[in-house]
Design a protein around this ligand. Structure first.
Ligand code: CA
Length: 257
């Protein structure tokens, strides 16, 4: 029993250290959480498998070598950057504007055919939970799917407003550049980084959030090892949205003033 209590105390101390470490590094006295910034694919929607599959099939059609797995590493990047990464590697030159447009159009077409709109378990519960607590919820995504807003409204009714969203249409750089998350802070009401947290599932997305100076929780809903997300700079790495939902009350005690 005593050993159990000691283990529990040790766990709590590690958690306190995680939050204090962020505050020290960023020169804040405390968190003043107002908004949760959500990445979309792999956090709200279980769509990454369809993205990976549609990317791979498109690259096959264009006779560009790739693996389905590698697209999990590029996740969060805007489409044209993913295309350029592959064309550069396979052809030793940058992709042309035409190639980027054609390849992305084909990938989008295949993705739309494959995507079933599956939601990540506990995503809706978690979004509703934070909103019930008076926090705002915003989507910050590298996605540029034309049907994105409709899907979000259908699956997450009354949760997200278009004018507060950051998508591939709004940014120049895309993740891993901090621009999307900096824009998220600005759309959330010119917040400081300690007034928000990010929920991400992809290494490039985690890098973007960390570069924007925001406390970042990674939920590992895909096939990549946890260590990749930790190495990208995630403050906390969890196995699922359910784990985030279950741990939220503990985290909140550090985050809300
Ligand atoms: Ca994602």
């Amino acid at each position: 029993m005593r050993a159990e209590i000691a283990a529990q105390t040790e766990k709590e101390n590690i958690m306190i250290e995680i939050f204090q470490d962020y505050l020290r590094k960023h020169d804040y006295d405390r968190f003043e959480l107002k908004t949760v910034l959500f990445d979309m694919d792999g956090v709200l929607f279980d769509s990454m498998k369809y993205h990976a599959r549609s990317w791979k099939q498109t690259m096959d059609e264009y006779e560009l070598n790739s693996t389905e797995e590698e697209f999990y590493l590029y996740e969060g990047m805007i489409g044209s950057n993913t295309i350029n990464t592959i064309v550069k590697r396979e052809k030793g030159r940058d992709a042309t504007t035409q190639e980027k447009a054609d390849i992305y159009a084909r990938k989008t077409e295949l993705f739309s055919q494959m995507n079933k709109g599956d939601m990540i378990p506990f995503a809706l519960d978690f979004v509703n939970k934070v909103r019930c607590e008076g926090l705002d919820a915003l989507v910050v995504t590298g996605s540029g799917q034309p049907t994105l807003i409709d899907r979000l409204n259908k699956s997450f009714p009354n949760c997200f407003k278009r004018e507060d969203m950051v998508t591939a249409f709004d940014v120049k750089h895309g993740k891993p550049h901090p621009e999307p998350y900096l824009m998220g802070l600005s759309k959330a009401g010119n917040l400081k980084p300690n007034q928000a947290i990010v929920v991400e599932n992809a290494p490039r997305g985690v890098e973007a959030s960390v570069a924007a100076g925001i406390f970042t929780i990674a939920v590992n809903t895909g096939p990549i090892p946890d260590q990749v997300l930790a190495d990208a700079g995630a403050n906390i790495v969890l196995p699922s949205m359910k784990a985030l939902y279950d741990n939220w009350d503990k985290y909140k005690s550090f985050l809300v003033d």
